[in-house]
Design a protein around this ligand. Sequence first.
Ligand code: NAI
Ligand code: 13P
Length: 423
Amino acid sequence: MSALTPFAKKHKVTVIGSGNWGSTIGKMVAENTAEHPELFERDVQMWVYEEQVEVDKKSKIYDESHELCKGSQKLTAVINTFHENVKYLPDIALPHNLVANPSLTDAVKNSSILIFNLPHQFIINLCKQMRGHILPFARGISCIKGVNVKESSISLFSETIGEELGIYCGALSGANIAKEIAAEKFSETTIAYDPPLVDSQAPTPATSQGPSPASSHVDLTKLAHKDASGKPSKVILKPLPAEYHPIDQDTIKKLFHRRYFHVRVVSDVAGVSLGGALKNVVAVAAGWVDGLGWGDNAKAAVMRVGLLEMREFGNRFFPHTVHPDTFTVESAGVADLITTCSGGRNHRCAKLSIMEGKSIEEIEARELNGQKLQGAMTAHEVHTFLKSQNAEKDFPLMTAVHNILMGTEKAENIPDLIEPEDE
Ligand SMILES: NC(=O)C1=CN([C@@H]2O[C@H](COP(=O)(O)OP(=O)(O)OC[C@H]3O[C@@H](n4cnc5c(N)ncnc54)[C@H](O)[C@@H]3O)[C@@H](O)[C@H]2O)C=CC1
Ligand SMILES: O=C(CO)COP(=O)(O)O
């Protein structure tokens, strides 16, 4: 078979991150690569931030005669031997074709599809380590819930990843509490994936020798490609060689969709990303309200105001790209807000912090066994940005969450703090 035979090459997939959600996504993606051998290599690499763990004696996989069950062991060795992430996703059987790899550069080598799934504070550093080690034409999907704020500028992690690595990156977000999905309970998600036409339908230009075998003949610099704020993207995308099946919306859906995990693919990367990031701030407020014992009506009021602020944030700061309906129609909007304000970690830790009179960080360290909350950090980042735009008063709930975390306001004052000024 010639190297240029269409689709002679299968996509190698790497998941970068192996926490609660990273391992769950790894599980689903590995189930799908095994079911679609025409598109994907069977084995999925999962980059693991290496650390020492102990296999719990109460765990189903515990075997007192096994060396890896004695004392502290490398997490990657435990995952690859017992096919369970004992630290971040205990009691869930992972597919044997999901391979834990502690070397980032080795895990991403030759992968044409990169899935980013880490707490947002770690991603920029990792992208720097990946530079020069990935396929230049790789495509990405960011499952990260957070925004990248630098003083007066804000960007989505799909964009940050895209710019750091020079690739196109879409976003996956939804009402997706990982442990429910890992147990194969039904949920929906939204994937925003809208690369320039070259990967999907762009006609390959004909040459005097007939149709070009390689999509690399398409001049990508001439294709309209804008970032989420509507400015022309700085990234000059490299086309996918023609021996690969196109990485289009259909390919992406096949990689993620499961019987228990229904995927809707849309084009609104900004709306999907902002929904996932901003709802974490609202969930902190909802947790406080529950911790105060104020009941469901109070929580619904906070969620209503939060949803309006999420939509306004998108409209105001990403006016060229956000579809306001994403916040109310898609899993990545209102559904994620509801689930996170009910069963999410941000909500639970905020609730306990009020009930016990402790900081959220103390509760996080005690309750989450190394998992990382995103809500408080995102509240501070969003506040930095809103302040730079002189827009704090237009986002009273987001501002209140920041001020309460800083100790300059009290959660008990939330009803007054979110009351519009003219009422
Ligand atoms: N857990 C959930 O239910 C969901 C989480 N998300 C989002 O997914 C993203 C990833 O979260 P999770 O998988 O839940 O992570 P997690 O909070 O369960 O785990 C923390 C992860 O950070 C890694 N880590 C710790 N220190 C590190 C360092 N210095 N450098 C690099 N990595 C380090 C750990 O190895 C671990 O994989 C976040 O943006 C989160 O908001 C999205 C949907 C659901
Ligand atoms: O994003 C989530 C659910 O969609 C998970 O939220 P938490 O990080 O608050 O658990």
